[in-house]
Design a protein around this ligand. Structure first.
Ligand code: PLP
Length: 376
């Protein structure tokens, strides 16, 4: 029998949105119309509020999924002769290194373990060893395993060495604290369909004003040049090319709810409660989380797959879906895992129900216990 409601998405974007956010998408908008221009301006203003960036930064929205904005940010703020050092502790870091390479920027990867945060000390050493590095690229929350990386400490090292910093804050922005007044970055990227709980379809990049002023002509792309996108938006209030109108009005409505909820600290508190409920419930079923608590961001949790011979992710996924919850595959290459997101317009009630759905899925697969073969 089909579900009589949408399944709850325990995935880190797209995620479950509120009815208010969905309803905002029921109107059509002319891209040049004053009403739509006002929505664009309001969203940009709110985004700068969230990061406390009005004095230091501009925000440039861009069509596409989050990766489009990461690629656009690298190509816009790193000069063609620049040298990017990528702090790599997971799949999204590897993707960032690949796009930086494809954009023709000299790219060096500083590798770390998937189960550890990146090290500001190792960054310090790498910068001392190679003066040609011009920019550091880091992922704030590595959504691959769910690790929270030390943004402030990395930013401090970059500032001390006079290096540019590009931060992919896709899965942290809006939930974890980021303050442009105390954390120096050249560019910071996030998107509509993550912790702000909008729908997917656009990203946005905060660019330091002094940096943007030097970026004309850096990008080899027409459509993804954030300098041009910004210049056009400042002049006309409009997007340079067809905007994702419905995505933007949904984000506008999602931000209104974000503010009503109490902003970033309230959102973090809800996600932390979701994460705690999930970890407690899954532990009771025998599951073991991949990460130590100290570096676990309250965004997405990686669990070791159960050791039981009957376990197969696809079957487990299908069973959980029949009970109303969409899980996420693991993204680690060496170990069999799966992931459960804590973000979206959901609370601890839904997380308890999610754990219950997992318990029912295990029963159906004949798995008595969630314990893995090799728990860390
Ligand atoms: C979601 C996410 C992205 C963007 O992924 P898209 O599939 O392009 O939306 C980039 N970096 C991180 C860390 C993410 O969590």
């Amino acid at each position: 029998m089909p579900l009589h409601r949408d399944a709850i998405l325990l995935t880190p974007g797209p995620l479950t949105t509120s009815l208010r956010t969905k309803l905002a998408m029921l109107r059509d908008w002319g891209s040049w119309d004053a009403d739509f221009i006002a929505v664009t301006a309001s969203v940009r203003n709110s985004l700068l509020d969230i990061v406390h960036g009005h004095d230091s930064h501009v925000v440039v929205p861009l069509q596409g999924s989050g990766t489009f904005s990461v690629e656009a940010a690298v190509a816009t703020v790193v000069p063609r002769a620049g040298h990017v050092l990528v702090l790599d502790n997971g799949a999204y870091c590897k993707r960032a290194a690949k796009l930086s390479t494809l954009m023709g920027r000299r790219t060096t990867v500083l590798p770390f373990d998937d189960a550890q945060a990146v090290s500001p000390q190792a960054l310090e050493t790498a910068l001392q060893a190679d003066a040609s590095i011009s920019h550091v690229l880091m992922i704030h929350c590595e959504t691959g395993a769910g690790v929270l990386n030390p943004l402030q400490a990395v930013a401090d090292v970059c500032e001390r060495h006079g290096k540019g910093l590009v931060v992919d804050a896709m899965s942290s922005f809006g939930a974890l604290p980021i303050d442009a007044r105390s954390t120096r970055f050249d560019a910071l990227i996030a998107a509509s369909g993550k912790c702000l709980e909008g729908v997917p379809g656009m990203g946005f990049v905060f660019v330091r004003k002094e940096v943007l002023a030097t970026c004309e002509g850096n990008s080899q792309s027409l459509a993804m040049d954030l300098f041009d996108q910004h210049a056009y938006m400042e002049k006309t209030g409009q997007w340079r090319f067809t905007p994702p109108t419905h995505v933007l009005v949904a984000l506008h409505e999602a931000i209104a709810q974000f503010v009503e909820e109490g902003g970033q600290s309230a959102r973090l508190a809800r996600y932390q409660a979701n994460c705690d409920t999930l970890l407690r419930g899954m532990a009771a079923l025998g599951f073991v989380a991949f990460l130590p608590a100290a570096i676990q961001a309250p965004i997405i949790v990686t669990f070791h797959a159960p050791a039981h011979a009957a376990y197969e992710f696809k079957k487990f996924y299908d069973a959980a879906k029949r009970h109303g919850f969409i899980l996420y595959p693991g993204k680690l290459t060496q170990i069999e895992t799966f992931r459960v997101g804590c973000i979206g317009a959901i609370g601890t009630v839904e997380m308890e129900q999610a754990v219950h759905a997992v318990a029912l899925a295990m029963q159906e697969l004949g798995i008595a216990h969630g314990a893995p073969t090799s728990a860390r």
